[in-house]
Design a protein around this ligand. Structure first.
Ligand code: KG4
Ligand code: ZN
Length: 345
């Protein structure tokens, strides 16, 4: 089995990992999130600079941990998109430099598909057709995985905000620190999810025809804002835990209902959930409970594999290499909006 070096730099995490087959040898991540928190969002220039500073120490730490030398690496995989152009450029320049210097093949792969591929390191190689729900601050996509290395179809995605993004915005309007997602989750556990009936977008019979597997969270976020404003206008104290719980229930309900419907429609019995938002406890609980009722095997990798990391890129690179897919040319460009029909470039 070939030794794959995986490089991730699409957003604020610099990740380097080593994978052989589906065995993870090392996975080291350096995050610049603390540098962005005071701005209330990722600052692309700050993230690019942080990748530049973190790359070599992260690479050295990963090689050290795996106990291998650079000369033992057989192929280099790098996330070539989607993501922030400046951040992507740093990781891709590093990957190309290594490929050239070591005379090893380069594989530019899709970051979002990596969020699904990482499950192979946890639960073993995908055997049957698999459904993958990738949810984070940047993505909310439903993928039908026929073959993780060669055949992935995007069934649907969010038409506006990503799930994590909606949580961060609701966090801000409830006065919680950035990123608000984990804080809203924590508050929601103390509240009543049935207290307020917030809208479930794109679930009407008409929407089900055109947007069966698409999502929309921007109207929900606005509904929460209006509800809180009305409460304040009345001079009532905002029941923040109930608001958080009712909002979180609406997000989890729509994500799980549409995903399980897709599993049934496509006769798929394995579901992988990945991306940083899969840390969300309301989503995890509902997916496990409703998945069990529907006879679906719901797989959610440990959180460290769900947030951005190098292991997901090495995992996808390894699958692509095992499948005998052609390597990328050394002059590939990064693609900030890489389509999900592209697994490798
Ligand atoms: O995958 P990720 O680390 O970075 C992106 O690619 O976006 O995902 C981070 C997103 C943020 O929006 C964060 O607030 C959200 O996931 N998040 C959560 C939770 N943990 C992280 N949202 C709700 N509940 C959580 N427990
Ligand atoms: Zn991601």
């Amino acid at each position: 089995m070939e030794l794959i070096l995986g490089i991730e730099s699409t957003c604020d995490e610099t990740g380097v990992a080593l994978v052989r087959g589906t065995e993870l040898l090392a996975d080291v991540v350096s995050s610049s999130m603390d540098d962005h928190a005071r701005f209330g969002g990722i600052v692309p220039e700050v993230a690019s600079r942080a990748h530049l500073e973190a790359f070599l120490p992260t690479l050295d730490a990963a090689l050290d941990k795996a106990g291998v030398g650079l000369d033992e690496v057989d192929a280099i995989a790098v996330a070539a998109g989607p993501g922030l152009v400046g951040s992507l450029t740093v990781g891709n320049a590093a990957a190309k430099a290594l490929a050239l210097a070591l005379d090893r093949p380069l594989y530019g792969v899709n970051h979002v598909i990596g969020h699904a591929a990482v499950d192979e390191l946890v639960h073993g190689a995908f055997r049957d057709r698999t459904m993958a729900l990738v949810v984070s601050g940047g993505h909310t996509s439903l993928l039908l995985v026929n073959d993780i290395a060669t055949d992935v179809t995007e069934l649907g995605h969010t038409l506006d905000d990503a799930a994590g993004e909606a949580f961060d915005k609701v966090g801000r309007l409830l006065g919680l620190p950035y990123p608000g997602g984990p804080h809203v989750d924590r508050l929601a556990r103390e509240g009543d999810p049935a207290a307020i009936r917030f809208p479930r977008a794109l679930t009407s019979p008409k929407d089900r025809e055109r947007h069966a597997y698409d999502f929309s969270f921007s109207g929900l976020k606005t509904a929460v804002a209006r509800w809180v404003e009305a409460c304040e206008a009345d001079g009532r104290a905002v029941p923040v835990a109930d608001v958080a719980a009712s909002f979180a229930a609406a997000v989890a309900d729509v994500l799980v209902a549409k995903t399980l419907r897709a599993c049934a429609d496509h006769d798929v019995s394995t579901l992988v959930i990945g991306g940083g938002f899969s840390a969300n406890s309301q989503l995890r609980e509902l997916a496990q409970a409703r998945g069990a009722e529907a006879g679906i095997d719901v797989r959610i990798p440990p959180i460290r594999f769900c947030t951005d990391n190098g292991a997901m890129i090495a995992a996808l690179g390894s699958a692509v290499v095992r499948r005998g897919v052609e390597p990328s040319r050394l002059d590939i460009g990064v693609d900030s909006s890489m389509p999900l029909s592209t697994i490798s470039v």
